[in-house]
Write a protein that binds this ligand. Structure first.
Ligand code: SF4
Length: 192
């Protein structure tokens, strides 16, 4: 139990390091979280309702956050290719630059990146396992990527996949993007 407590205390310290109280470029935590999500989300999840799901907020709150990001030219709305009545939220070049240079989690990301790959994978998988065992997980913990999702099936070629939920092709480069429709599959069904 002592080891578990010590580990959680270190996790708390790591989380605090991701939320510095000083300069955050005039952005609040939830705006950073939204921008970070939109930069990593797949085409089905870059929508106002998926963002609301991810943040665990109301649709009105998500709309307000999108408005702030749009006013700062960090995000733009584009008509969806799949449904012209819907919009897709796209992170702009200044938005990508802001994330690359000033995202508050950057210091921790850089520190994790210094681990050897095997340790990094072990840490990631352990954190996934912990989040899956918590009774009331954060809404963010429900999002995941195609490579771990029950709805992903193999396409005709090795580099092509299909989403059975959205009935759409998924290219190999999209399998690591975040999706709010995600349902975890057994690890044995992951693409290589
Ligand atoms: S396979 Fe799963 S994660 Fe990927 S787009 Fe479909 S529902 Fe989303």
């Amino acid at each position: 139990m002592h080891l578990a407590r010590e580990t959680v205390e270190l996790l708390v310290q790591t989380a605090i390091a991701c939320h510095p109280s000083d300069d955050q470029r005039g952005m609040r935590d939830r705006e950073w979280t939204a921008l970070r999500f939109l930069a990593r989300a797949n085409r089905f999840s870059r929508t106002p309702s998926a963002l609301a799901d991810y943040l665990g907020s109301t649709r009105a709150m998500a709309t307000q956050i999108i408005k702030i990001l749009e006013e700062r030219s960090l995000v733009v709305r584009r008509p969806s290719d799949r449904d012209k009545r819907s919009v897709v939220l796209c992170v702009t070049a200044p938005g990508e630059r802001l994330l690359a240079q000033h995202d508050p989690i950057r210091g921790v990301v850089d520190a994790v990146a210094t681990l050897v790959t095997a340790d990094c994978v072990k840490l990631r998988d352990s954190l996934h396992a912990i989040l899956n065992r918590i009774d009331t997980p954060l809404p963010q913990a429900k999002a995941g990527s195609c490579r771990d999702c029950i709805f992903l099936s193999q396409g005709r070629r090795a580099s092509e996949f299909q989403c059975r939920l959205h009935r759409a092709p998924i290219m190999a480069g999209e399998t690591d993007l975040l999706c709010t429709s995600f349902e975890r599959a057994d690890s044995g069904s992951r693409p290589g």
